[in-house]
Structure formats: structure tokens, C-alpha cells
Design a protein around this ligand. Structure first.
Ligand code: CMP
Length: 137
């Protein structure tokens, strides 16, 4: 069993497609172990994406991630990190495979509907950023 952090970004929340997105995770064998809707401040978004602090898109990405509510989840299952990334599709929707969330819904490489942890260490940091152990069931 593995855990990963999943975020439905402000564009996904605005489009009212939470059920569709969560349904895709469940259909592929991932289980929601924790879930909440929050609205990050710019500073909180900057802390979450600190690994990207030197990238040219850091400011605009953190503006986007703090423009409205998001849904944060811990997904659990066999190979949850890789499976989640497969279900999401490539970061840039132009390169995303048919049937993936980003292919179906994402506008561009930044406004790409969902986020998922990319490795074990990042998953641990990202889960701990939003959830205490008492909230993961
Ligand atoms: P995410 O999986 O949340 O990880 C980092 C985010 O940065 C990514 O999804 C996109 O939202 C954003 N991102 C990545 N590459 C670019 C880019 N070239 N231009 C703008 N935003 C990007």
C-alpha cells in the first residue's frame, strides 16, 4: 500500500467536476484516505511549490493555486503514486494520453486541473503539508 497527495486545483473546483475526477481515481482502485476543501493563501501556495521557486512560472503558478478553493486528498492503493500520475496524464495536456483527466479537462500546462506527488519523498512532504496523521483513515 502506498499513499500519494492529490489536489483538484482551482480550475477543477470551479468547473464542478469533483465527482468525475474522484470517480476516476476510485474506478482505478485508489481509495480516498483523507479529503478536504481549502483555500490557500499565496504564501501557502509558495510553500507547497517551494521546489519550483527558481522556475520562471513560480509566481504565476502560485497566483493560480491561490485564486480559489482547491480539494486536497490523500489517495491510497498499490503503486498509488504512479497510478495517480497515469490517471492524471502528462503535465501538459497537449501531451496527455486519451482518457486521462488532463486530456479531458485541462486548459494548458499551468491550469492543468490536478496535481499528484511525483515520488515517495515528495508524497511524504506534500501529505504532511495538509494533513495530520489523525486525519488519514
Ligand atoms: P503540478 O503537477 O502541480 O506541478 C507543478 C506545476 O507547475 C504543474 O503541475 C503545472 O501546473 C505548473 N507548470 C509546470 N510546467 C509549467 C510551465 N512550463 N509553465 C507554466 N506552468 C507550469
Amino acid at each position: 500500500m502506498e499513499r500519494t497527495l492529490s489536489i483538484i486545483k482551482p480550475d477543477g473546483v470551479k468547473r464542478n467536476i469533483l465527482g468525475d475526477i474522484i470517480g476516476r481515481f476510485e474506478k482505478h482502485g485508489l481509495r480516498v484516505a483523507a479529503i478536504k476543501k481549502i483555500w490557500m493563501s499565496k504564501e501557502e501556495a509558495k510553500g507547497f511549490y517551494i521546489v519550483h521557486k527558481d522556475r520562471p512560472f513560480y509566481d504565476s503558478l502560485t497566483d493560480f493555486m491561490s485564486e480559489g478553493p482547491i480539494v486536497v486528498m490523500v489517495l491510497e492503493g498499490d503503486n498509488a503514486i504512479a497510478k495517480n500520475r497515469e490517471i492524471m496524464g502528462a503535465t501538459n495536456p497537449a501531451n496527455a494520453a486519451e482518457g486521462t483527466i488532463r486530456k479531458d479537462f485541462a486548459e494548458n500546462v499551468e491550469r492543468n486541473i490536478v496535481h499528484g506527488s511525483d515520488a515517495t519523498e515528495t508524497a511524504a512532504f506534500e501529505i504532511g503539508y495538509f494533513f495530520s496523521s489523525l486525519e488519514i483513515l
